[in-house]
Design a binder for this molecule. Structure first.
Ligand code: NAI
Length: 418
């Protein structure tokens, strides 16, 4: 079996942590049991490009139980947990190609390593597998059953491929399931982003000013949690509806250039490029801390900051200080890569349970429908969302109401008024 990981000796620690996450993943656990019985992925080669975390390990184990031959590479150079990679190789016989801190060449060598296995199904977080397949393995595209995509940025890239008519197989936008973005993006990113900043800096949020760029699913979660820690929160947005929502949720809303001199912490979660750029860096106050939780490391214009700096030094793990020509010190965390995975452990298992239930069921859905699905970006049927939410509620011991016959009739009628 081929693999490329930091150190096999780390497997024991990895397996303990994977088991810890599994305790909080009852929905995925049930799917793994079903998969072990029904083998819906039998004979399928599945290539995954995901953050190599304890929760991902549980997903890989479920896919393998379902009969898939699984290989895994990292979806970000800084997000791999080396002990998890070791445990998957040593204890589960899964080909993993991921090393925390790998350089760009190694990152892409690992992507090629999983694609060289000629997968039938891809599982992406950011669409790097699908885009590399189309550009470098065009002859294999027609053999594919399809792919799944975890995150907002990946879905945007794939929709652009579909619109331009170049997407060669169906891809399920896992992010678009309600049981994914409502929980993972909001509560998961909300908590783990602040966790990453706290672990990296050990700074106090209470009394500080936090600027959150983007008030989408992730931004809402981060802003609310920063406020809960006692911070004054400023939101920046380009969408008037989201900006209005932020105002009514009680946040200050203003352009980045105006927020820049006020902020102690800057957190970008837009999926867009250079959201913190020259207009912000030129007026940011001495001591400001800047980080990103969006998918790619393009949200902060680090090259610009470098161009106005006279020195750069590492102060702590994941904290790099730039001294600007006018003497200000500006700290960038985790090289501008998603801070919740670079400096912390990513989302808690409780939310990844639902995200990865969608991933596992998405892979089975692609296999079940063979090649009958359109070459487009698709969402899982609503029943899958309902099923995952019901299973999660059941695991939490929460019961809900059922519609009575009279209520069903009332909701279906138009005749009944006042
Ligand atoms: P979303 O589409 O719900 O929200 C993004 C928001 O940013 C939108 O409201 C948009 O109007 C706003 N925006 C775009 N350009 C902007 C600009 N220049 N200034 C201010 N606001 C701007 O997306 P979502 O789901 O919140 O995801 C955001 C990013 O986070 C994506 O890159 C996504 O892939 C990533 N993500 C990261 C996770 C993590 O673990 N760190 C987890 C989930 C998503």
């Amino acid at each position: 079996m081929e693999f490329d990981i930091r150190n096999r000796e780390l497997a024991k620690s990895g397996s303990h942590r994977i088991a810890w996450a599994e305790r909080d993943m009852p929905v995925l656990r049930k799917i793994r049991e079903d998969f072990a019985r029904d083998k819906p992925l039998s004979g399928i080669r599945l290539a995954a490009c995901l953050h190599v975390t304890t929760e991902t390990a549980n997903l890989m184990k479920a896919l393998k139980a379902g009969g898939a031959e699984v290989s895994l590479c990292a979806s970000n150079p800084l997000s791999t947990q080396d002990d998890v990679a070791a445990s998957l190789v040593v204890n589960d016989g899964i080909s993993v190609y991921a090393i925390k801190g790998e350089d760009n060449d190694t990152y892409y060598r690992h992507i090629h390593a999983v694609l060289d296995k000629k997968p039938h199904v891809t599982m992406d977080d950011g669409a790097d597998l699908v885009s590399t397949l189309h550009s470098r393995y065009p002859e294999w595209v027609k053999e594919m059953l399809g792919g799944t995509e975890e995150t907002t940025t990946g879905v945007i890239r794939l929709k652009s491929m579909a619109q331009k008519g170049v997407l060669g197989f169906p891809v399920i936008a896992i992010n678009d399931s309600q049981t994914k973005h409502l929980f993972d993006n909001r509560y998961g990113t909300g908590q783990s982003t602040l966790d990453g900043i706290m672990r990296a800096t050990n700074r106090l949020f209470a009394g500080s000013t936090v600027v959150v760029a983007g008030y989408g699913w992730c931004g809402r979660g981060i802003a609310r949690r920063a406020q809960g820690l006692g911070a004054r929160v400023i939101v920046t947005e380009i969408d008037p509806v989201k900006a209005l929502e932020a105002v009514m949720d009680g946040f200050h809303v203003m352009p980045m250039a105006k927020a820049a001199p006020l902020g102690d912490f800057f957190i970008t979660v837009t999926g867009n490029i250079h959201v913190v750029g020259s207009d912000a860096f030129d007026v940011m106050k001495d001591g400001a801390i800047v980080c990103n939780s969006g998918h790619f490391n393009v949200e902060i214009n680090i090259p610009y900051l470098e161009s106005i700096s006279v020195s750069k030094s590492v102060l702590r793990d994941f904290v790099e200080e730039y001294v600007t020509r006018d003497g200000r010190k500006i700290m960038v965390l985790g090289e501008g890569r998603l801070i919740n995975l670079a400096a912390a452990e990513g989302h808690p298992a409780q939310v990844m349970d639902m995200s990865f239930a969608n991933q596992a069921l998405g892979a089975a859905y692609l296999v079940r429908h063979k090649k009958s699905l359109p070459k487009d970006v698709l969402t899982l049927p609503e029943e899958v969302d309902q099923e995952i939410a019901s299973r999660k509620l059941e695991a939490l011991g929460v019961q809900i109401e059922k519609l009575t016959g009279e209520q069903k009739e009332y909701l279906a009628s138009w005749e009944m008024g006042t």
